[in-house]
Design a protein around this ligand. Structure first.
Ligand code: 13P
Ligand code: SF4
Length: 335
C-alpha cells in the first residue's frame, strides 16, 4: 500500500514547485481584475490556508477544509472558485451539484487522495461487513461515495465519538490523523496506510533542535504529523484551530509544524506574534507542491475561462453527498 514519502522518488518530486511570482504591479492588476470578475459572475472565492499569500488576499474566505466545506454548503453565489486542491473543490461540487465549481489548476492533487483508490477501499470493506468507514475529506469523490461519514482534521475526534459503538471502525486514508484520533477517543480503528508527504517530513530530531533554540516557544502541529512529532507538540490541531489557539496563547513566539502557507494566515490574524516555521531534516520541503500549483494568474484565467470545471458522474455525486452531510450535521451538534 502507498507509503507516501517513502515511495516518492527523491529530489525533485519532494520539492514544492513554487512558480515565478509576477511583479507587484502585475499582481495588483490581476487582483483588481479578479475582484471585477467576481462581481460580474456572482462568484465566491474560497481559499485554503495553504494557498499563496496573493490568493489568500483576494479570497472571500480563507479557512481549513471544514470551514470551507461549511461555507460551500450555504453559499448563494452562482460560481464557486475553489483555491485549494482537487478533493476540496469536488466536495464543494457535491454540496452544490447545480453550481459551477472551478479551480485554478486541475492537477492540484493530494498524496493522501492518491494513496486510496476506490477499488482498493471497496476490496478492504468487503472483508468485514461490520466495518463503519470514517473517511478523511482528503480523498476522491469515489472514495467518499463508499464511506459512512466524512471527517476533517477539525472534527475527526467528534465524528469518531459519534460513530456507532457496535461497528468496527475503519479510518481512511491518513494513518497519522487516524492514530491521533485513536489516542484522543480510545476507540480502536483499522487504519489505512496513507500519509501526507509534506507532514511526514517533520521528525522528532528536527523538532527537538528547534525547541532547544526557542525554549519558550510552544509548538503547534497538524495531526497529519507523525506520532513522534505530535508527542513534542503543545497543541495538535487543524489549521483553523491553529489561528484560535495562537490568538489565545500568551506566548509571543510560536513554532508551527504545518504547510508554509499557514504562516501568512497566522501573521495576518496575529500581527503581534512571531511565527517560526518548524524545520524538517532534509530540505525546505514544508510547501505542498499540489497547493502551490495554484497561482494568482491561474486563478484569473480560470475565472475568465470558467475552467477547469469540476464534473462528476451523477451517481457519485449523489452517493458522496450523504456522508458529507452527516459530517456537517454532527459538526453542528453541541460538544
Ligand atoms: P485542514 O483540514 O487542517 O485545513 O488540513 C487540510 C490539509 O490538507 C492538511 O494537509
Ligand atoms: Fe494533501 Fe498533504 Fe498537500 Fe494537505 S499538505 S493537500 S494532505 S499533500
Amino acid at each position: 500500500m502507498f507509503k507516501g514519502a517513502e515511495t516518492m522518488s527523491p529530489g525533485v518530486e519532494r520539492l514544492a514547485v513554487r512558480q515565478a511570482v509576477p511583479s507587484p504591479a502585475k499582481l495588483d492588476a490581476l487582483a483588481q481584475d479578479i475582484l471585477a470578475l467576481k462581481r460580474k459572475l456572482n462568484a465566491v472565492i474560497l481559499a485554503h490556508n495553504y494557498q499563496v499569500a496573493e490568493i489568500q488576499d483576494v479570497a472571500d474566505i480563507v479557512g481549513d477544509s471544514l470551514g470551507l466545506a461549511q461555507y460551500a454548503a450555504r453559499t448563494d453565489a452562482d460560481v464557486i472558485v475553489f483555491c485549494g486542491v482537487h478533493f476540496m473543490a469536488e466536495t464543494a461540487k457535491i454540496l452544490n451539484p447545480g453550481k459551477l465549481v472551478v479551480l485554478p489548476d486541475r492537477d492540484a492533487g493530494c498524496s493522501l487522495e492518491e494513496s486510496c483508490p476506490a477499488e482498493k477501499l471497496a476490496a478492504l470493506q468487503a472483508t468485514n461487513p461490520n466495518f463503519y468507514t470514517v473517511t478523511y475529506i482528503n480523498c476522491s469523490a469515489a472514495v467518499k461515495a463508499l464511506s459512512d461519514v466524512i471527517c476533517t482534521s477539525g472534527n475527526a475526534v467528534k465524528i469518531v465519538n459519534h460513530a456507532p459503538k457496535d461497528r468496527d471502525l475503519l479510518f481512511v486514508p491518513d494513518e497519522n490523523l487516524g492514530g491521533w484520533v485513536q489516542e484522543q477517543t480510545g476507540r480502536p480503528m483499522t487504519l489505512w496506510k496513507g500519509n501526507c508527504y509534506v507532514h511526514v517530513e517533520w521528525t522528532h530530531a528536527a523538532i527537538t533542535r528547534i525547541r532547544q533554540q526557542y525554549p519558550d516557544a510552544p509548538i503547534v502541529a497538524h495531526p497529519e504529523c507523525p506520532k513522534a512529532v505530535r508527542m513534542l507538540a503543545d497543541e495538535v490541531c487543524s489549521t483553523e484551530k491553529m489561528v484560535t489557539w495562537c490568538r489565545a496563547t500568551a506566548a509571543r513566539s510560536i513554532i508551527i509544524a504545518t504547510e508554509a502557507g499557514m504562516l501568512h494566515r497566522l501573521r495576518r490574524e496575529c500581527p503581534d506574534k512571531i511565527f517560526i516555521p518548524a524545520p524538517t531534516d532534509r530540505c525546505a520541503c514544508n510547501e505542498c507542491r499540489f497547493m502551490k500549483l495554484n497561482t494568482l494568474e491561474k486563478l484569473h484565467d480560470c475565472m475568465v475561462n470558467l475552467a477547469p470545471r469540476i464534473e462528476l458522474p451523477p451517481e457519485i455525486l449523489q452517493r458522496a453527498r450523504r456522508p458529507i452531510e452527516r459530517m456537517l450535521e454532527i459538526s453542528a451538534l453541541p460538544q
